[in-house]
Design a protein around this ligand. Structure first.
Ligand SMILES: Nc1ncnc2c1ncn2[C@@H]1O[C@H](COP(=O)(O)OP(=O)(O)OP(=O)(O)O)[C@@H](O)[C@H]1O
Length: 259
């Protein structure tokens, strides 16, 4: 199911402000790629262009291409809704639908996509997705209770279950652990390690140890100054990035000298 992403000459705008300039990168399937860099360098903005969430913001647009398995997501014949089904997203704050039950939350993405399924098919998918998100054992006896009654870490795993229920090829995660305690963070990191055998995973994180723990590749973004666009400085194997990066700016950031 995992797919490769090729980004070419990507420039990202909010109105006339160029927020990110000239990104070229390949994101490998069945692996985790981490985006790191100082605040405002455009990590989240870039992440949102990988499933066309960026253009939901009025005035926001991109130039360049984002190809998933060779197909440009921004091609004129491409339906953005289909893109978001293929490329799922998990956000910083767990955001289950508060009035829906745990089971309904898992199926919410399917329902939005208007897919009809029988009750037993729905039940199977709920179980399969919750198992996939390492949450089944904790919630199997209260599937009809509100998703908002779970702990923060459980809610985030519920959101991951909701994302994988639509069977995406790619999972984008924007600081998925920043609102979680260390134990829940570990649970999510373990889950990411399991999911990467099936999905292409991209994670934005401020936590350098987390990038080192979970990812195969790390991309460092930087910004030259206020009002300047963010740029990709380098992307390499995570072990190399954290031991012998090619660029001085990467070394300075990783060693905590700035950012
Ligand atoms: N909705 C928006 N409208 C206009 N400008 C925006 C919008 N969202 C982000 N920006 C700007 O785009 C630039 C990149 O922001 P972005 O949030 O992508 O950075 P980031 O690296 O993810 O930062 P952080 O680590 O603080 O989350 C910033 O200058 C930001 O102010």
């Amino acid at each position: 199911m995992a797919q490769r992403i090729d980004v070419k000459d990507l420039n990202i705008f909010y109105g006339s402000f160029k927020a990110v300039a000239d990104v070229n990168m390949t994101i490998e399937p069945r692996s985790v790629t981490a985006f790191i860099g100082p605040s405002g360098c455009g990590k989240s903005t870039f992440l949102r262009t990988l499933n066309r969430m960026h253009e939901v913001i009025p005035g926001a647009r991109v130039e360049g291409t984002v190809a998933v398995e060779g197909v440009d997501l921004y091609g004129s014949e491409i339906d953005p809704v289909a893109v978001r089904r293929q490329v799922g997203m998990v956000f910083q704050r767990p955001n289950p639908f508060p009035t829906m039950s745990i089971a309904e939350n898992v199926l919410a993405g399917i329902r939005l996509n208007n897919r009809k399924m029988s009750k037993s098919e729905g039940q199977d998918l709920v179980e399969q997705s919750l198992r996939g998100a390492n949450l089944w054992n904790e919630v199997k006896d209260r599937l009809d209770r509100p998703g908002s009654g779970l702990s923060g870490g459980q809610q985030q795993r519920l959101c991951i279950a909701r994302a994988i229920a639509v069977k995406p090829q790619v999972l984008l995660m924007d600081e998925p652990c920043s609102a979680l305690d260390p134990i829940s963070t570990l649970a999510i990191e373990d889950l990411i390690a399991e999911l990467k055998s099936q999905y292409t995973i991209v994670i934005v994180t401020h936590n350098m140890q987390q990038a080192a723990r979970v990812s195969e590749k790390t991309a460092f973004f930087n910004i030259a100054g206020t009002g300047q666009p963010g740029r990709l400085i380098e992307i390499d194997d995570t072990a190399t990035m954290f031991s012998s990066p090619k660029e001085q700016a990467t070394e300075d950031y990783i060693s905590g000298r700035f950012g």
